[in-house]
Design a protein around this ligand. Structure first.
Ligand code: PLP
Length: 417
């Protein structure tokens, strides 16, 4: 996404963008696909599909080790993706881009390698009530192993973490602070820079779960000032099974390896192993080569789009969807933060979310139903689940109208009309 582009709405050509995503032409149960499950995974544009296809068709090979032409080409494509991602995130060094399987693995890497080597009994790890399970459970495991204590900043009724409450929970005992850039269940955007500054004033290291931010905005790790940033390729229009951990060299250098195996070593004897330099120290074994290359293609694709135009379009759709959904009788929107992205979680009075899902599906409308791997968020609102419609830049007002029409059908069915 090019942040310097001007005239948002004028430059963002939705029909041209939709043509890049072949899946949007699919029929589901004989109806046009209305894909509103983008927070779970986003669809892939032609250049990403082409990059995967080309790798397997023309230069499939293992990387870093081979000296033949295919191996060199694959290595160059994989490493050039690393450079693209470093530039895209404004990382100071490309060796700070560690390829992982996704956000979950990136957070586990930090919780396992960094946290367990620094935490002492009585230290604290601070997270928020908004977190996805993948930013809760790894910290619980690290705390169990070290005797550290997990603390949780509450959220208000709108689904926001209030900065003074966040600050009040920091102390000299806080060693690690982990929070989502954007909540997957509610869409809330956290003030990441402000939270990072507060955490740093308390002397803590900050890791941000960026899984939901990367698809919606340009992320600049230096401007945020955090120490680690985690993201998933498949949520930002890239392949599944590939993600990134960005970390500061000064921290990554001191951290012990996360896994042992090939590629993460310089030399091995039975007496002593010398670990490889960054980033390879954290990349044991054959990686998801096609995935890394595909993620590079996704970054190129996003880079060529107009970031402001996308944000204006998504903002317009979120406002439109909020207005339309609010008019449905008995519909309760969960998550009404002042600063939020295009995630609309809701319940319908008297109808369980799991009963709605098949009817919506039958209408070709793909949404997510459940606790969204954020059970504490559901507990906070005393509900078992929500229906979640999550919008990407290729969605349109017609998609929202189709969702609203499908919900009217749900209500008619369950009221026996
Ligand atoms: N964090 C957030 C906020 C998410 O939305 C998700 C996925 O939904 C994750 C972490 C986990 O991402 P992944 O399953 O790609 O590792």
């Amino acid at each position: 996404m090019n942040p310097t582009a001007t005239h948002p709405a004028a430059q963002f050509d939705i029909q041209r963008v939709r043509a890049d995503f072949p899946i949007l032409n699919e029929l589901v149960h004989g109806k046009p696909l209305i894909y509103l499950d983008n927070a779970a995974t986003s669809q892939k544009p032609n250049p990403v599909i082409k990059a995967l296809d080309e790798y397997y068709r023309r230069y499939n090979s293992n990387i870093h080790r081979g000296v033949h032409a295919l191996a060199e080409r694959a290595t160059e494509a994989y490493e050039s993706s690393r450079r693209k991602i470093a530039r895209y995130l404004n990382a100071p060094n490309q060796h700070e881009i560690i390829f992982t399987r996704g956000t979950t693995e990136s957070i586990n890497l930090v919780a396992s390698s960094y946290a367990t080597s620094v935490l002492k009994p009585g230290d604290e790890v601070l997270i928020t009530w908004l977190e996805h399970h993948s930013n809760i459970v790894p910290w619980q495991i690290a705390c169990e192993k070290t005797g550290a204590v997990l603390k949780v900043v509450p959220i208000n009724e709108r689904g926001e973490v209030e900065p003074d409450q966040f600050e009040a929970m920091l102390s000299e005992r806080t060693k690690i602070v982990a929070f989502a850039h954007i909540s997957n269940a509610l869409g809330t955007i956290n003030p990441v820079r402000e939270f990072t500054e507060m955490a740093h004033r308390a002397g803590a290291v900050v890791i941000i779960d960026g899984a939901q931010a990367a698809p919606h905005m340009r992320v600049d790790v230096q401007a945020i000032g955090c120490d680690f940033y985690a993201l998933s390729g498949h949520k930002m229009f890239g392949p599944t099974g590939i993600g990134v951990l960005w970390g500061r060299t000064s921290l990554l250098d001191k951290m012990p390896p996360y896994q042992g195996g090939g590629d993460m070593i310089q030399s091995v004897t039975f007496e002593k192993t010398v670990y490889n330099d960054l980033p390879y120290k954290f990349e044991a074994g054959t990686p998801h080569i096609a995935g890394g290359i595909g993620l590079g293609a996704a970054v190129d694709y996003l880079d060529a789009l107009d970031a402001e135009g996308i944000m204006a379009h998504e903002h317009d759709l979120t406002r439109y969807a909020t207005e339309q959904l609010s008019q449905i009788e008995g519909l309760r929107l969960i998550g009404t933060a002042a600063n939020k992205v295009s995630v609309l979680s809701f319940t319908l009075e008297g109808i369980h979310p799991y009963d709605m899902a098949p009817v919506l599906d039958h209408e070709g409308v793909a949404v997510r139903t459940g606790h969204h791997c954020a059970q504490p968020v559901m507990d906070r609102y005393q509900i078992p689940a929500t229906v979640r419609a999550s919008i990407a830049f290729y969605n349109t007002r017609q998609d929202i109208d189709a969702l609203v029409a499908a919900l009217a059908k749900v209500q008619r069915m369950f009221s026996g009309l």
